[in-house]
Design a protein around this ligand. Structure first.
Ligand code: HEM
Length: 518
């Protein structure tokens, strides 16, 4: 229990137990009944109140990223980048902006073990003077797909089977092996750092997508964001992660909470890669392809600032579960790029927030802008503000609103073309960066190539042979040695899996509690 709550329940000012309408209750653990042992009475409002609240405790969990944890903190600017962006929170060195971070697993439900192999969500909400700005990224600089039509079916393949409600490694790899633009993300995910980072404090975060900066002259630049952990990075091996899932399924949540409680505040430094539209046009990779990174050797990292998390949530449900992050929560100075996946995300998040939290989700304190809001929208369920009082709800000539102060004078891309349903074409270029990851990232860290092969083998071995074979071909296209090592290790593991399917201590025909007459 937090100190504040302890003081409240122990002190002289300990609160009186009341119904939700404020009526004090003498004995909250007793129902009104007729006589001793008789039936309960419908007039017992406290009992009904208790039940109606209890029956409605659960709200829909997030359709993805359901298990997560978060904390509040502050972002501070350390380097001037106003030549690229007029984003108010970057307006001067030393400027501080309050913020919220939520880290998460992607595919599991709320009670899922933290150290399961999965990308980690890295969602940030900045309460700027100008309004809410969210950066909703992952701990991976890439993603599994580049056509948004694939996201819902990809997610289905990573979640539970519609009949058995079991996770199914065959389905998992069946999707990936048929959609091999996923290979770069698969390579990152099956490394120790990418798929089983040690809690949340020791991982980096990425915007993954290319976004746009817009400066006060109306010029735009493309940018990618990188949040590098000041704690350094570390991952668990497959064995360590599996063991941790058994001993403490909430490992990542606990590690973050405990660190902040003891004053060991984690922080991340923000760097950006910036490109002009002309450079982007000539660049060898499509910067709107989410399966690719922009190597630092091509576009250097520029430091911007640092955020530090120093306050745990006071209440998990109100502060973290009800938090609503969206890539569409933009502000002047930032913009969405033409990346099609990013564009669909701008629709999907607020859509799900309306379903998960209701039409007025932005009025919930954790989501509420810290600047006054005036517009012509009103009412709706659970409106808990003053509903903009007596302000006109149309563009009144008698009481006009002030003009938007950022004159929108921005230049943007021009797009001309015919409507096509472009099928994702996989080319050799898609294997260049995964190859570099195998050779130059994993290859440089002692033991990491071996661990990668083991990590894949332990997972892929539980898929059926036809799917395994198809995925070997994808790894071979990355690198022939990688393909053959994965195949050899996976087939060996598959033999072991077949032999050890019937585990458990055999007690013969005995029962723990034998009937006395037997
Ligand atoms: C959560 C959709 C790709 C990062 C979510 C949620 C939806 C969603 C519906 C639940 C939001 C909520 O209930 O509040 C999509 C779609 C995608 C996509 C449609 C692609 C077409 C990505 C990518 C990233 C990402 C590429 C990272 C770069 C996250 C994070 C969360 C999340 C961090 C959790 C936010 C939180 O902590 O509340 N996504 N997503 N998603 N997504 Fe995505």
């Amino acid at each position: 229990m937090m100190e504040e709550a302890k003081k409240l329940v122990q002190g002289e000012s300990a609160p009186v137990y009341r119904t939700s309408t404020g009526c004090p209750i003498y004995n909250p653990l007793a129902s009104a009944r007729i006589g001793e042992g008789g039936p309960v009475l419908l007039q017992d409002f406290h009992l009904i109140d208790l039940y109606q609240k209890f029956d409605r405790e659960r709200i829909p969990e997030r359709v993805v990223h359901a298990k997560g944890s978060g904390a509040f903190g502050t972002f501070e600017v350390t380097n001037d980048i106003t030549k690229y962006t007029k984003l108010n929170m970057f307006s001067k060195v030393g400027k501080k902006t309050p913020m919220l971070a939520r880290f998460s697993q992607v595919s599991g439900e709320q009670g899922f073990p933290d150290m399961y192999r999965d990308p980690r969500g890295f969602a940030l909400k900045f309460y700027t003077e100008d309004g809410i700005f969210d950066m909703v990224g992952n701990n991976t600089p890439t993603f599994f797909l580049r056509d948004p039509a694939k996201f819902p079916v990809f997610i289905h393949s990573q979640k539970r089977d519609p009949q058995s409600s079991l996770r199914d490694n065959t389905v998992y790899w069946d999707y990936l092996s048929q959609n091999s633009e996923s290979i770069h993300q698969v390579m990152i995910l099956f490394s120790d750092l990418g798929g089983t980072p040690y809690g949340y404090r020791f991982m980096d975060g990425f915007s993954s997508h290319t976004y746009k900066f817009v400066n006060d002259k109306g010029e735009f630049y493309y940018c990618k964001w990188h949040f590098l952990s000041d704690q350094g990075t570390k991952g668990m091996t497959n064995e360590e992660a599996t063991e941790t899932n058994g001993t403490n399924p909430d490992f990542a949540r606990q590690d973050l909470f405990d660190a902040i409680e003891r004053g060991d505040y984690p922080s991340w430094t923000l760097y950006v890669q910036v490109m002009t539209p002309e450079e982007a046009e000539k660049y060898r990779y499509n910067i709107f392809d989410l399966t690719k990174v922009i190597p630092h050797a091509d576009v250097p990292m520029q430091e911007v600032g640092r955020f530090t998390l120093n306050q745990n949530p006071k209440n998990f449900f109100t502060d973290i579960e009800q938090a609503a992050f969206s890539p569409s929560h933009m502000l002047p100075g930032m913009d969405i790029s033409p990346d099609p996946v990013l564009q669909v995300r701008t629709f999907s998040y607020p859509d799900t927030h309306r379903h998960r939290l209701g039409a007025n989700f932005e009025q919930i304190p954790v989501n509420k802008p810290r600047c006054p809001v005036f517009n012509y929208s009103r009412d709706g369920p659970m409106n808990v503000t003053d509903n903009q009082g007596s302000m006109p709800n149309y563009p009144s000539s008698l009481q006009p609103l002030a003009k938007e102060y950022h004159e929108p004078n921005e230049k943007h891309e021009k797009w001309v073309g015919q409507v096509t349903y472009h099928m994702d074409e996989i080319t050799d270029v898609d294997f260049e960066q995964p190859r570099a990851f195998w050779e130059r990232v994993l290859g440089k860290q002692p033991g990491q190539q071996d661990n990668f092969v083991k990590n894949v083998a332990s997972h892929l071995s539980k898929a059926v042979p036809v799917v395994r074979q198809r995925q070997y071909k994808v790894f071979t296209r990355v690198h022939p040695e990688l393909g053959s090592r994965i195949q050899e290790a996976t087939e060996k593991e598959a033999e072991k899996v077949a032999k050890t399917q019937n585990k458990g201590v055999n007690q013969g025909n005995k029962h723990m509690f034998e009937p006395a007459n037997k």
